[in-house]
Design a protein. Structure first.
Lengths: 257, 281, 291, 291
C-alpha cells in the first residue's frame, strides 16, 4: 500500500512535466468533465487509452500503472454488475442464485459499462495528471485559482510530512510484525490501535518541532508564498489549441461513433 | 439547484415492478409484502459480488472519479463548501492566538491520511479495508478543522492512489468530512456529557463516524446511480452490500479510535488539552 | 557436508516500485555464530537488504535461507523466533508504555505462559544490562537506554540471529562502547549470530569477524576486517574511510616509508607495531604494563 | 574595552517542567568569529542549552546576550537574523515542499523583495554546495543532502552566528567530512561564528578553536582542544573518550613510556611526532612526500 505512494515520476523531466501546472490543469478538468458528460463509451475509452500510453511514455513501469488502475477496475466491475441487475427492463439472462433468480438487463448492462468506462477514463486522467505534476505544484497552482492560502498552507504541510511519517509508520509496523504483533486478529487489532496512537503522537511531536523550526525562521502565523509567475504566451496558445481539440473529439465521438 | 425528480420518492411500493423481477420464486414473494426485507435479495447479490471483488469495498468508502453525473457532483460541492469555509474561518481565527495550530492541524491531517491508508483485515469478508480516521481527527481537532483536513487528504488520495476524484470531491468531503466528523464529534461529546468513560466515547465516535460516512456514501451513490430504477432499492442494496465489510469495519474503527485515543490519553495527555482546549474531555 | 549457514542469501535483486534499484545480485552468507558487519555509506541498500533477509520485502530474484530453511516455506512465527531485528530508531520499536510491557510484547505474542514471559523479560533485560529500568516509562528513558531496551524486546524472542540496523548511531562514545561490548558478549557467550549494518568504521575491527562492504546495492568486497581495510581504494570508493588508527599507520607507511607489517587496525595492535620500531633506549622507565 | 562577545550567557539554570534539571549555572561565552564545539554525552543538556541561547526556552535564572544585546530586549525577527539554528533532525527543519521554497522561507518572512529572496537562495545553496538540488522535492533528498539544505535555509537569513545541533550525526564518513569542511569554510571565509553540539570527538581537534565540555547540565571544562584532551580523567568522566589518534599516543606515552611531547590529536601531528622517534635508518626509501 505504502509503496504506491510515490511521486517520483512527477519529478522527472519530460514533455508533460515541463508544462506549467496551471496550464495542465485546465485540459485535465476539461477532459474529466467531458468524460463524465459523455453518453457513449467511445470517448472515455479513447481518453483511457491516451492516458495509459502517455503514462507508459513518461516511463512509469506498466506494473505500477496497472496497480494504480486496479482499484478503480474493481469498482467498475461492481458497477457493471450493480447496474445490470438493478436497473433496466429488457431481460438479458437469468442467474440462479441460491433459491432466487436474478435477471440481468440489457439497459442495465449498457449503463453499467458506460459508467464503468467513465470511471476508467476520468481516473486515468487523474493518474496521468498526478504522475506528471508533483502535488506541491498543484497546490501552488491552486492559489492562482483563488483557493484560500490557509488551505494551501495546510495542504503543503500535509504533503511534506506525509512522506516522513509514512517512513516512520512503516518502521513501527516492521517492528510490530517482527515481534509477531499481527499474528492473529485480536493481536492485530490492539497492535493497530497502538500504531494509530503512535502515528498520531508522532505527528503531534513533529508538529511542535516543526512549529519551533518555523518560528526560528520568522514565522508569525501564516506563510508568505512566492508570487506566481505570469502565464506565458506559448502556454495560452497551447491551451487555445488543446481545448478546442478536446471539445471537437468529444463532440465527434458523441455524435458519430 | 438541480434536484433529480426521484430524489424525493424514496419509498418503494409493494409489488414494484423492479423488485418483482428478482423474486420469481413463490417462497420469496412473501418478502414483498413487508418492509425492508424486500431489498434483501438484490442486496445479497451485490454483497456477494462485492465480496468476490476484493478491491471494491476497499475503495468504496470514496466515490470514484467519474461515477457522479455533473449535476450531482455540483450538488455535493455546494453542500460541503460551507463547511469548508467554516473550517477555514475557524483555522484563521484560532491561529492568531495559537500560532502552532496550522502545523498541528496539518500533521494530524497527515496522520489521519496515513491511518486511512492502513490496510486492516476484515474477518467476515476475508479482505482488507481501510479505516477513515475522521472520527479520531474530529475528537482531536474538532469537526470543522477535520472537514478541512479531510478535504486535503481526499485531494492527495485522488492524486496518488486514485481513491476518489475531482468531480466526486464534493460528495467525498461530505461523507468523509462532514458526515463522519460531525457525527463522530457529536457522539463523543454527548457520551462524555453523559458521563461515560472516554474509552467508550472514543469507541462510539469511531464506530458512528465510520457508519455515517458509509451511509452518506451510499446515499450519494444511490442517488447518482439509480437511474430508471428506484432510489431506495439502490440505496438499500448498496447499504446491505456494504454491511459485511462496513459493520465489522466500523467496529474495528471503533477499537482503533479507542486504542489510539487511550494511547494518547495515557502517554501525552498534554496534547489533548492543547488541541481540544478542554472542550470535549 | 557443509554446516548449515545461519543466513544464506544468493542473487538477491530488489527494485522499489518506482524504479530505484536498491539491490543487485547480492550474495550474503553468514555462518552460525559469526559477528558480521554490513558496512556502507548512506543509501547503499543496507536497510533494504536487511528487510529482504527478514522477509519484509520480497526480492524480485534470489533466494533467502535462514538456518537452512527458505523463508517463504516457514511461518512468520517460526521465522521471527529465529531472526530478530533491531531498528535504527529505538522509538519505532518501543510502543508499550513501560519497559516491562514492551519487552514482554514479543513473548506474549508467542503465546507463552505468564511465568515464562516474566522469565524471558528478566533475562533479556539482564542481557542488555537494563534490569533496573524494568518499571520505568518508555518516554522517560534516555536515548542509549531506549536502544538497549529495544534490543531486549527482540532478545526476549530468543532469536538465534540478531540483525541490527545502525546500533551505535546517535550514541555517545560511552554508549557506543557499551553497545558493542553487549553485542560481543551476546555473540561469544550465547552464540547468537550478529549481523549489523553501520557506516562507522572505527569500532568494527575490534569486534567484527567479517565485513561486507556494499555500494549502490552491490557487494563490493567481503572478508575479515584486515583484508577489507587493506584495500584503500575500494574503501574510499565506497565513500568510507579507514579507521583513524589505520589511517595514521597507512600514512606513515605509504608516505613516510616507515616499514610496518600489514595494517594495524586497533589501538592495541598499532601500539605493538610502533613499539617494535621505536628504539629501546628512547623509552623512558616503562611503568608496569597495564594493557 | 573588551570586544563585544557573539554569545554571552551567564549563570543559566533551566529545569524542565517535570523536574529534570537540565542546566545548572552554565556560563557560555563565544567571541565573534570563533568555531566552538559543545562536547557532551547524550542527555547532558546540549540541546537545552542551544534552545536557551536562541530564546526558545526561557531560563529560570541567568542572562543571554547575543552580539551584546539581551535576547529579550530585541524582537524575534532581529534575533533570528543574528542567530541561526540548524536542528539535529533535518526533517524537522525542512517543512516546505521543495528545496527552493524551503530556503526562501526565511527571507520571505523577513519581508524581502522577490529578487533579493532569489539571490539569497542561490547564495545559501552555493555555500552548502547544493545548487543543483534547487528544484528537487525535499522528500527525494538523501539524508546528507537534507542536512546541507537545512543549513542553507538558515544561512539564507544571513545570521552572524550559526548554531548546529549534531551536524554530523547519521552521516557517513564522506558526508561527515564534507559537512565539517563546509562549516570550516563558512567560519574562515565569511567570518560566521560557528557553535556546534556534538558527541563525536574525532573531527573536533581539526576544526574547533575551543571546546566546551558539558556534563549533566554543568560546564566541566572549556578551552582549546589540546587542553581539553590532555585531561584524560575529565574526558572519561564525561562519558567521552579521546580521539582515536590521541588514545593511541596516550597509551604509548603512559603505558609504554614512549616520550612524546604533548598529546597529538590529529593524524598529521601524530605522524610528525612518531617520525621524530623512529630512527632514520629504519625508514625505507621515502617516496615523494605527498602530504
Ligand atoms: N521505501 C522506499 N521507496 C523507494 N526507494 C527507497 C525506499 N527506501 C529506500 N529507497 C532507496 O533505496 C536505496 C537504498 O536505501 P536504504 O535505505 O536501503 O539505504 P541504507 O544503506 O539503509 O542507507 P542509510 O545509511 O541512510 O540508512 C536508496 O537509494 C533509497 O533512496
Ligand atoms: N522536553 C523535555 N521534557 C523533559 N525533559 C527533557 C526534555 N528534553 C530533554 N529533557 C531532559 O533534559 C536533559 C538534557 O536533555 P538534552 O536534550 O538537552 O540533552 P542533549 O545533550 O541534547 O542529548 P542528546 O545528545 O541525546 O541530544 C536530559 O536529561 C533529558 O532527559
Ligand atoms: Mg538504513
Ligand atoms: Mg540533543
Amino acid at each position: 500500500m505504502f509503496d504506491i505512494f510515490s511521486d517520483i515520476f512527477a519529478c522527472r523531466e519530460n514533455v508533460f512535466t515541463r508544462i506549467d501546472p496551471r496550464v495542465k490543469m485546465v485540459p485535465a478538468i476539461a477532459l474529466i468533465l467531458s468524460v463524465v458528460l459523455s453518453s457513449k463509451v467511445y470517448f472515455p475509452l479513447t481518453v483511457l487509452a491516451f492516458c495509459l500510453s502517455a503514462m507508459l511514455m513518461v516511463g512509469m513501469p506498466i506494473r505500477l500503472a496497472l496497480l494504480r488502475i486496479a482499484g478503480p477496475m474493481g469498482i467498475v466491475a461492481v458497477l457493471v454488475v450493480l447496474q445490470a441487475f438493478l436497473s433496466g427492463s429488457t431481460p438479458l439472462f437469468t442467474l440462479d442464485f441460491l433459491s432466487w433468480k436474478l435477471t440481468a438487463t440489457e439497459e442495465g448492462l449498457r449503463r453499467g459499462i458506460l459508467i464503468g468506462s467513465r470511471v476508467l477514463g476520468a481516473v486515468s486522467v487523474m493518474l496521468l495528471f498526478s504522475s506528471v505534476t508533483p502535488a506541491y505544484k498543484i497546490f501552488n497552482a491552486l492559489r492562482w485559482f483563488r483557493v484560500p492560502e490557509g488551505w494551501v498552507e495546510i495542504a503543503l504541510l500535509v504533503y511534506r510530512y506525509t512522506f516522513s511519517l509514512l517512513d516512520q509508520t512503516s518502521d513501527v509496523i516492521t517492528a510490530q510484525s517482527t515481534r509477531l504483533g499481527y499474528s492473529s486478529v485480536g493481536k492485530s487489532l490492539s497492535s493497530m490501535g497502538v500504531l494509530a496512537g503512535t502515528v498520531i503522537t508522532r505527528s503531534m511531536d513533529q508538529a511542535m518541532r516543526t512549529y519551533e523550526a518555523m518560528t526560528l525562521r520568522g514565522y508569525e502565523g501564516s506563510m508568505h508564498f512566492a508570487p506566481l509567475p505570469g502565464l506565458k504566451a506559448t502556454d495560452i496558445r497551447n491551451l487555445a489549441i488543446v481545448l478546442p481539440l478536446i471539445l471537437t473529439v468529444f463532440m465527434l465521438m458523441e455524435r458519430y461513433a | 439547484m438541480y434536484l433529480p425528480k426521484k430524489y424525493s420518492s424514496q419509498s418503494l411500493k409493494p409489488g414494484d415492478k423492479m423488485s418483482i423481477r428478482f423474486l420469481e420464486r413463490g417462497t420469496a414473494t412473501a418478502f414483498i409484502q413487508k418492509g425492508p426485507p424486500r431489498m434483501l435479495i438484490p442486496a445479497l447479490t451485490t454483497a456477494a459480488v462485492l465480496i468476490v471483488l476484493a478491491s471494491g469495498p476497499a475503495h468504496a468508502m470514496h466515490i470514484s472519479e467519474g461515477i457522479l453525473p455533473v449535476p450531482w457532483a455540483l450538488f455535493w460541492f455546494a453542500l460541503s463548501t460551507p463547511f469548508l469555509i467554516l473550517g477555514l474561518r475557524n483555522l484563521n481565527a484560532r491561529s492568531k492566538s495559537e500560532p502552532h495550530l496550522k502545523a498541528m492541524v496539518a500533521l494530524v491531517g497527515s496522520a489521519v491520511f496515513i491511518i486511512s491508508c492502513m490496510p486492516i483485515p476484515v474477518p467476515t469478508a476475508g479482505t482488507c479495508s481501510h479505516p477513515c480516521g475522521t472520527g479520531m481527527a474530529a475528537i482531536l481537532i474538532g469537526p470543522t478543522l477535520t472537514v478541512l483536513v479531510a478535504s486535503v487528504a481526499l485531494v492527495l488520495q485522488a492524486l496518488f492512489l486514485a481513491h476518489g476524484g475531482l468531480t466526486t470531491l464534493g460528495a467525498d468531503i461530505f461523507s468523509m468530512g462532514v458526515a463522519g466528523a460531525f457525527t463522530g464529534y457529536g457522539v463523543f461529546f454527548l457520551l462524555r456529557k453523559l458521563g461515560l468513560s472516554w474509552f467508550v466515547a472514543a469507541f462510539a465516535a469511531g464506530l458512528i463516524s465510520d457508519w455515517a460516512t458509509y451511509g452518506a456514501t451510499s446515499l450519494a451513490l444511490a442517488a447518482a446511480l439509480h437511474s430508471d430504477g428506484s432510489f431506495s432499492t439502490m440505496f438499500w442494496s448498496i447499504i446491505v452490500a456494504f454491511v459485511p465489510t462496513q459493520v465489522p469495519l466500523g467496529i474495528l474503527e471503533g477499537f482503533i479510535t479507542a486504542g489510539a485515543y487511550s494511547f494518547i490519553h495515557t502517554r501525552r495527555p498534554e496534547y489533548l488539552g492543547m488541541l481540544a482546549k478542554g472542550e470535549a474531555r | 557436508m557443509t554446516p548449515i549457514l545461519a543466513v544464506n542469501a544468493s542473487g538477491i535483486c530488489f527494485t522499489y516500485q518506482e524504479g530505484t534499484r536498491a539491490l543487485e545480485e547480492v550474495d550474503f552468507r553468514i555462518n552460525s555464530g559469526e559477528f558480521v558487519a554490513m558496512l556502507a555509506s548512506n543509501g547503499s541498500g543496507k536497510t533494504t537488504l536487511i528487510k529482504v533477509l527478514i522477509g519484509l520485502l520480497k526480492p524480485e530474484k534470489g533466494r533467502v535461507e535462514i538456518n537452512g530453511l527458505e523463508i517463504n516455506s516457514i511461518s512468520k512465527k517460526e521465522l521471527y523466533q529465529q531472526v530478530g531485528l533491531v531498528l535504527q530508531n529505538p522509538i519505532d520499536q518501543l510502543f508499550a508504555a513501560t519497559v516491562e510491557e514492551d519487552v514482554a510484547y514479543g513473548p506474549r505474542n508467542l503465546g507463552l505462559d505468564e511465568e515464562e514471559v516474566q522469565r524471558r523479560v528478566s533475562e533479556a533485560l539482564e542481557c542488555v544490562a537494563a534490569l533496573e529500568l524494568r518499571c520505568r516509562a518508555i518516554h522517560h528513558l534516555s536515548f542509549g537506554e531506549q536502544k538497549r531496551v529495544s534490543m531486549a524486546g527482540v532478545l526476549a524472542m530468543k532469536p538465534s540471529i540478531l540483525i541490527l540496523d545502525e546500533p551505535t548511531a546517535g550514541l555517545d562514545p560511552a554508549g557506543e562502547a557499551l553497545m558493542m561490548r553487549l553485542l560481543n558478549r551476546l555473540n561469544r557467550e550465547q552464540g547468537i549470530t550478529v549481523i549489523l549494518a553501520t557506516h562507522s568504521v572505527d569500532l568494527l575491527p575490534l569486534f567484527a569477524d567479517r565485513i561486507y562492504v556494499l555500494q549502490r546495492g552491490k557487494v563490493l568486497k567481503q572478508g575479515p576486517s584486515e583484508e577489507i581495510f587493506c584495500d584503500y581504494e575500494m574503501i574510499t570508493n565506497a565513500c568510507l574511510r579507514l579507521p583513524y588508527i589505520a589511517a595514521l599507520l597507512h600514512k606513515l607507511k605509504q608516505h613516510d616509508g616507515v616499514p610496518i607489517n600489514g595494517l594495524p587496525l586497533t589501538i592495541g595492535e598499532a601500539r605493538m607495531r610502533l613499539l617494535e620500531l621505536i628504539p629501546e633506549d628512547v623509552i623512558v622507565k616503562p611503568t608496569e604494563a597495564t594493557n
